[in-house]
Design a protein around this ligand. Structure first.
Ligand code: AMP
Length: 215
């Protein structure tokens, strides 16, 4: 299956993507994680992306699209993938369509995680990420680690991401409304969108997403 996961920052995209990809046995491709890996490895791409990310702005398409394409062309993604955080504007969605068409492929579904703005802010403020592996995500209220500040899985330090300061969060929400939300209409026109209420327990949201994929 080829799936795109959309939703505002704080909707739980990363958490849902990890679980869904595992359940469906497809790779979880997160452009945010790819950028963070480039930054921690000190690559030129990471250096170019960092300032945009810290401010909560989108990294320019000429950097992002090539990186996403390289990842989707790797062998493990031949049978399908779950995209988390890509596309994030209409021109990226158009580029993805071109890529898929070139390989005689298509998207199966676009899952739109829906959550209210106040809830999003509350969620983001408590978010903690593992320094050793950014797919290990916690929340001080909703998903606390056993020992405060320490990852349950690998003992890594838990920290507040630079792009999750209050100012950056506000900007990310603004960027989401103006640039990312239009892709939902773009995909609605292709009949691909299922809206998933993202409130409640992680496992309930996952189940709603899996039910939507069966349709
Ligand atoms: P995420 O982990 O998905 O929240 O992404 C973190 C940051 O990486 C975003 O706030 C952007 O600065 C950047 N980013 C991730 N994916 C994209 C994308 N598809 N296009 C542009 N910037 C992106």
């Amino acid at each position: 299956m080829r799936i795109v996961l959309v939703g505002p920052p704080g909707a739980g995209k990363g958490t849902q993507a990890t679980v869904l990809a595992e359940t469906l046995s497809i790779p979880h491709i997160s452009t945010g994680d790819l950028f963070r890996a480039n930054i921690s490895q000190g690559t030129e791409l990471g250096r170019r992306a960092k300032a945009f990310m810290d401010a909560g702005d989108l990294v320019p398409d000429e950097i992002t699209i090539g990186m996403a394409k390289d990842r989707m062309e790797q062998e493990d993604a031949a049978g399908g993938f779950l995209l988390d955080g890509f596309p994030r504007n209409v021109s990226q969605a158009e580029a993805l369509d071109v890529m898929l068409k070139a390989g005689a492929m298509n998207l199966d579904a676009v899952l739109d995680l829906e959550v209210e703005e106040d809830e999003v802010v509350k969620r983001l403020a408590g978010r903690r990420t593992c320094r050793k592996d950014s797919s290990h995500i916690y929340h001080v209220d909703y998903r606390p680690s056993k020992v405060e500040g320490v990852c349950d899985i690998d003992g890594g330090e838990l920290y507040v991401r630079e792009d999750q300061t209050e100012e950056a969060v506000r900007n990310r929400l603004e960027v989401y409304h103006t640039q990312t939300e239009p892709i939902i209409d773009y995909y609605k026109a292709q009949g691909l969108v299922s809206t998933i209420p993202a409130l409640g327990e992680v496992k309930d949201v996952t189940q709603r997403a899996l039910d939507a994929l069966k349709k």
